[in-house]
Design a protein around this ligand. Structure first.
Ligand code: HEC
Length: 158
């Protein structure tokens, strides 16, 4: 009789744990997948219909720029765009180069040392402040790719 009782409670326990597993599975099925950490989702949720939706922040160009920035530039330039790191903060960089054709900025990013040697005024100025730290060359970045990074920098840096 005692044996039967123990057996019974074991069976009950197994049922209980099976029930728990099933309910956890069901719960994970109904809950949204993972936490919403993606900026896009968060912002889309808070976006309003006043015509100033932040969705354009996440245009394909912005995303492309972010990808390029994170994989090529973020090791030296702060992601927040406002604090210096190994290299200067990049917020407002378009304005700083606005006395010159936009292509100068492309050229700088592709080969900064060449521009310094060619006595470009802005290149000289920034080199005076930051030498001897040399920026990497990004010879393979096309105008369009650099433009997308600049869009990203401007939107993040304000
Ligand atoms: C190895 C570190 C390093 C990397 C990687 C790097 N930079 Fe730089 N960058 C610098 C430094 C240092 C300067 C300051 C000038 C100098 O010392 O040559 C600079 C300057 C600049 C400037 C001029 C800023 C101004 O105020 O005029 C721009 C624009 C710039 N970087 C963009 C980029 C972009 C875009 C990338 C990625 C594609 C990048 N940098 C990657 C180190 C880096």
């Amino acid at each position: 009789m005692e044996k039967l009782k123990i057996l019974n409670s074991i069976i009950n326990l197994s049922w209980l744990s099976l029930l728990m597993v099933i309910s956890m599975l069901a719960l994970s099925f109904f809950l949204p997948e993972g936490e919403i950490t993606d900026e896009k989702d968060t912002l889309e949720m808070t976006s309003t219909d006043n015509g100033e939706s932040p969705i354009d922040l996440f245009s394909a160009e912005f995303k492309e720029g972010k990808k390029i920035f994170y994989s090529n530039c973020a090791s030296c330039h702060n992601r927040n765009m406002v604090d210096d790191m190994t290299g200067p903060a990049l917020a407002g960089v378009i304005e700083k180069w606005s006395d010159y054709p936009r292509s100068d900025l492309y050229d700088w990013i592709r080969n900064s040392q060449k521009m310094i040697q060619e006595d470009h005024p802005r290149a000289q100025e920034i080199w005076r402040d930051w030498k001897p730290v040399v920026m990497n060359n990004f010879a393979n970045l096309t105008d369009e790719k650099i433009e997308s990074v600049l869009v990203y920098i401007e939107k993040v840096g304000g």
